[in-house]
Design a protein around this ligand. Structure first.
Ligand SMILES: *Cc1c(COP(=O)(O)O)cnc(C)c1O
Length: 504
């Protein structure tokens, strides 16, 4: 076989490349296997300053390359060892999942093939795999026959796309303005978006990027279960009418980031329908219930949306990044359609050559559909659903535990998904010090390697949050953490409580 320069840096028909690939992959696998010792912690507890310093000491990039073995070992020692281990049972801060092994294998295929989903001539079979996956998901969600979708980088991009299509569709219908060509109509400053107080911040961010401004987003009140209140929605719609402002979209959340609450989707869809307003459902988190056996009914109404956001790098256990965006009527993708002569000329379409860039706001795009496909095939929908349901059951058990444990207060005693917002509130501590206490507990948990929990502020009060995505986490793991929180809380109160006694 002909040898070429740089053979050892690429995987191709030549032995030299194959050998180099095998060697570095084997070594990398070993590093990863060894990074999970028997009784680990989710994080080794190093402070931001200590870790920054350590990473700065990583050897500089040289003119002469180093051996792969040395470099990868260094990555193991500095990067892997100092990462949060998302597969650890007490890594439970954010919507940050342990990735499925089948998806890890698929990632190897994805990165080696390096297909790009924008045009057919960069992703021949991949184009059809993504289309097949999209179709399967549309059916699973019971979207209508005219529905279509695309894989995205995640919920942020999907929410942005939903609101972009909503805006352009509205401006075409009401102002006869083609925003894609000529920009916002002169009445653009009157456009409004409605979502609940607990909707994701990317609704506002999208509004700002769409030329509407964050102030164009009206926050609808929530009920005691942190769901959008439809009475307030109706009231806000009437107010907008009086003020001659124009609601272009309602965003309902199917699984809020903090509480995992699911807005009343069917009721909201009725209201949107009655007022002829685009309904976008942000199901980044709760959309995974499409696979659930015990919670499927909770997402009833998802199929009524004009557009839907789903994230797979959350409750579908996919490595980052992996998300999707769906529209009820595929015609709406025309609002982002742009023919580039070099990439996706119109004539190709006539010849039946599909270019997925026509449905995306990205150009070069990863073949992430493959890892979801491989995961679903290997696990099967039965086991997949059981895995999701197990986490919801654990969340309910944890809620019961927190309700029954002295001095804990839980903000969502009836969790719909698997997030819990709570804090330790000892009666003998000055209430003004509760935020400081939560901050202390949060930091001690990760510094001592006990757990990585999240924190969030609700009405100026700082709370702790567990997001129980990991199906391997058990009630015993949680009991231990709750026990540690109590101990930390008591030690804090003992120190700080003294001054409280003096004041009172
Ligand atoms: C995570 C999340 C998002 C943002 O998605 P990314 O994948 O992080 O971009 C949007 N909405 C909700 C409800 C989310 O939970």
């Amino acid at each position: 076989m002909v040898e070429r320069e740089f053979d050892e840096f690429f995987l191709h028909e030549n032995e030299k490349g194959k050998l180099a690939y095998l060697e570095i992959v084997q070594q990398t696998v070993e590093i990863l296997l060894n990074s999970y010792p028997g009784k680990g912690s989710p994080y080794n507890g190093k402070t931001p300053e200590a870790l920054k310093e350590e990473i700065e000491r990583l050897a500089a990039i040289q003119a002469e390359g180093e051996s792969a073995e040395i470099v990868m070992r260094e990555i193991g020692d500095y990067v892997v060892a100092n990462s949060i281990h998302v597969t650890h049972p007490t890594s439970m801060a954010h919507l940050h999942c342990p990735p499925l092994i089948p998806a890890l294998a698929a990632e190897m295929v994805i990165s080696q093939l390096n297909q790009s989903m924008d045009s057919w001539d960069q992703s021949m079979s991949a184009t059809y795999v993504e289309e097949k996956m999209v179709k399967w998901l549309c059916q699973r969600m019971r979207l209508s026959d005219g529905a279509d979708g695309t894989f995205t980088s995640g919920g942020t991009q999907s929410n942005y796309m939903g609101l972009l299509l909503a805006r352009n569709s509205y401006c075409e219908k009401v102002f006869n303005t083609d925003v894609k060509r000529s920009g916002l109509p002169k009445d653009g400053h009157r456009l409004r978006i409605l979502c609940s107080e607990n909707a994701h911040f990317t609704v506002k961010k999208s509004a700002s990027q769409l030329g509407l401004g964050e102030d164009a987003v009206l926050l609808v009140k929530t009920d005691e279960q942190h769901r959008l209140c439809t009475v307030d929605l109706q009231k806000k719609l009437s107010e907008l009418k009086e003020q001659q402002l124009l609601p272009i979209a309602i965003v309902a959340t199917c699984g809020t980031t903090d509480f995992g609450s699911i807005d009343p989707l069917v009721e909201i869809a009725d209201i949107a329908n009655e007022h002829e307003i685009w309904l976008h459902i942000d199901a980044a988190y709760g959309g995974a219930f499409m696979l659930s056996h015990e919670n499927l009914q909770k997402i009833a109404g998802l199929e009524l949306a004009d557009s839907v956001t789903i994230d797979f790098h959350k409750l579908f256990y996919q490595p980052i990044s992996c998300g999707a965006f769906f529209v009820k009527d595929s015609i709406n993708f025309k609002y982002i359609q742009h023919y580039a002569e070099y990439l996706n000329p119109e004539e190709d379409e006539e010849e039946g050559i599909p270019h997925l860039v026509n449905k995306s706001i990205q150009t070069t795009r990863r073949f992430d559909a493959l890892k979801l496909y491989v995961s679903l095939k290997i696990l099967g929908t039965k086991r997949f659903g059981e895995m999701i349901d197990r986490t919801v059951r654990l969340a309910k058990q944890t809620a019961a535990l927190l309700r029954d444990t002295k001095d804990f207060s839980l903000l969502n005693p009836e969790p719909e998904l698997n997030a819990l917002v709570f804090r330790y509130e000892p009666a003998d501590l000055d209430p003004k010090k509760l935020n400081k206490l939560s901050r202390f507990i949060h930091r001690e948990l990760w510094q001592k390697g006990i757990a990585v929990a999240a924190k969030t502020t609700i009405n100026q009060n700082l709370y702790l949050k567990f997001t129980l995505l990991n199906p391997r986490t058990t009630l015993l793991d949680i009991q231990k953490v709750v026990h540690e929180i109590t101990a930390l809380g008591k030690s804090f109160t003992e120190k700080e409580g003294k001054s409280f006694e003096k004041i009172s």
